[in-house]
Design a protein around this ligand. Structure first.
Ligand code: PFF
Length: 477
């Protein structure tokens, strides 16, 4: 085990797995999905998905990795035979796909962090226009406030940071960096929430976020909640198989999974509590209806929030805005390192390649694979409007394909555990480090979910997501 590396203990593992989970998905996607889908009602369904489907799959993923002590491919093939190895490969490819676009968005956030903290982005007269040009001109090398205003450079730096950490290995790289970034992230998040709650009209934002709007409950709400919960908890593609493979047999898997789920869900919940008071404060300042402020998609954090930081005045705006984007960068970085670790572990374990060289090779490859996503925001027309994907852009396409691969991956993983590996072997693994597991209610619940609820519901919902994405029947839901 030591030659592959391992976490020093429970805290290191939990922080790293929570770091993987807490990411752009929590801070940017969760609040706007909740906003669009009736606030608290979305939150309730989201929590239901986590309890019934995500938590069991998370325990399953960690158990698979720890039992096999191998990467995603190696774990499936060791426990289930060569054919099942393909499911591991599918996960590894999904991870590569996710990192390719995720790093692009992380690069945008990194650029905003620099521009707000050290440049004068907050003086922009038109934040929407600025963002449009910013994501469009990926190789605009004109110097802007002392920094090169180029997305290409920002995402490259982000990928290099990711690679530098992963190259250091499990304890010195992944664990050590998470031990710094995760507590900082929580501190910044709580700081901004406290501040945003003191702003005028904040309470109306909290109300909007927390009062359930039952009329908004549609099939779409359930589909959105499910997609978001899988993406947010980094499930379905083997990230937690990989991290689990570095976990000691002495650790309690169900308890760790509970803490990880709670950590992730609390950050998502708190992000909404940070964002909505801010949005309602802006509406108050501009004397408009909050509904008029578009809070969907990337504009939420790249257009609306900068405008709010601008309203706070030059000094406070820079401090709060800079801290916010630092928070986003930390969240993204703890996730990108877990995404990079998945293919790296595969090549180190299966092809016996050297960690350091593999890391740089894969990082470069994924960076290049991200270029079409980067160029799809206006720069290249054919990527901006994909004809085979109902005129959506390439980045949206890749991000949608990722959502699909995670729920499909989760469904197949539940089938693998219950029908191939076997619930007895699963129990045996989970019982290590948890003496009371075999007679517990947790065990019964995990059996129910992994045998029935997860395969059936995930299978059904995956089909719905695919139909929705490819045939554009979203209006039917
Ligand atoms: N959980 C991350 C987020 O919410 O941003 C995204 C992610 C990271 C998905 C790692 C999958 C993964 F393996």
């Amino acid at each position: 085990m030591s030659s592959r590396g391992n976490f020093s203990g429970r805290i290191g593992f939990i922080l790293a797995a929570a770091g993987s989970a807490v990411g752009l998905g929590n801070i940017w996607r969760f609040p706007y999905l909740a906003g669009q889908n009736g606030g608290a009602i979305f939150l309730m369904i989201y929590l239901g998905c986590i309890l019934l489907l995500c938590y069991p799959i998370m325990v399953g993923e960690i158990a698979i990795g720890r039992a096999a002590n191998s990467d995603a491919y190696g774990s499936y093939s060791k426990l289930g035979g060569r054919k099942w190895g393909y499911l591991g490969l599918f996960g590894i490819l999904a991870g590569i796909m996710i990192l390719s676009f995720y790093n692009v968005v992380a690069g945008w956030a990194f650029g905003y962090f620099l521009h707000i903290s050290f440049g004068d982005l907050l003086n922009e007269p038109d934040f929407g226009g600025f963002f449009g040009t910013y994501v469009n001109d990926i190789i605009d090398l004109s110097s802007w406030a002392g920094f090169s205003n180029s997305n290409l450079v920002f995402s490259l730096i982000f990928m290099v940071l990711t690679a530098l950490i992963v190259a250091q290995g499990i304890q010195k790289g992944i664990e050590a960096s998470n031990k710094i970034m995760m507590p900082s992230l929580y501190a910044i998040l709580l700081g901004i929430i406290v501040y945003s709650l003191t702003l005028p009209n904040a309470i109306s934002g909290v109300q909007f976020y927390l009062v359930p709007e039952f009329s908004e409950l549609k099939v779409r709400t359930i589909v959105d909640a499910l997609k978001q919960s899988f993406f947010s908890l980094s499930l379905g593609m083997g990230a937690l198989i990989t991290y689990g493979s570095y976990l000691s047999k002495l650790e309690n898997i169900p308890t760790s999974a509970r803490v990880i789920s709670l950590a992730d869900t609390s950050v998502a919940f708190f992000s909404g509590l940070m964002v909505f008071p801010l949005v309602h404060f802006l509406a108050f300042k501009l004397n408009i209806d909050p509904q008029q402020i578009g809070t969907s998609g990337p504009p939420l954090i790249f257009v609306v929030l900068p405008q709010i930081f601008h309203e706070m005045g030059p000094v406070l705006g820079r401090i709060i805005g800079g801290s916010f984007f630092l928070l986003v960068c930390f969240a993204a970085l703890t996730s990108t390192i877990s995404l990079l670790e998945v293919p790296v572990a595969y090549l180190v374990d299966q092809k016996k390649m050297q960690r350091k060289s593999v890391v740089w090779l894969i990082a470069l490859l994924i960076f290049v694979l991200g270029l079409p996503s980067m160029m799809s925001q206006g720069m290249v027309e054919s990527l901006n409007k994909l004809t085979f994907y109902r005129g959506n852009d390439f980045l949206t396409f890749i991000s949608d394909m990722s959502d699909i691969s995670l729920t499909v991956g989760g469904c197949l993983m539940a089938i693998f555990i219950s029908r191939r590996w076997g619930m007895d072997k699963f129990d045996e693994e989970v019982a290590q480090g948890n003496d009371r597991y075999l007679n517990s209610g947790t065990r019964k619940f995990l059996h129910f979910s992994l045998k029935w609820a997860a395969p059936i519901l995930l299978g059904f919902l995956s089909v719905l997501i695919i139909v929705e994405k490819f045939f554009g029947v979203e209006n039917l839901f």
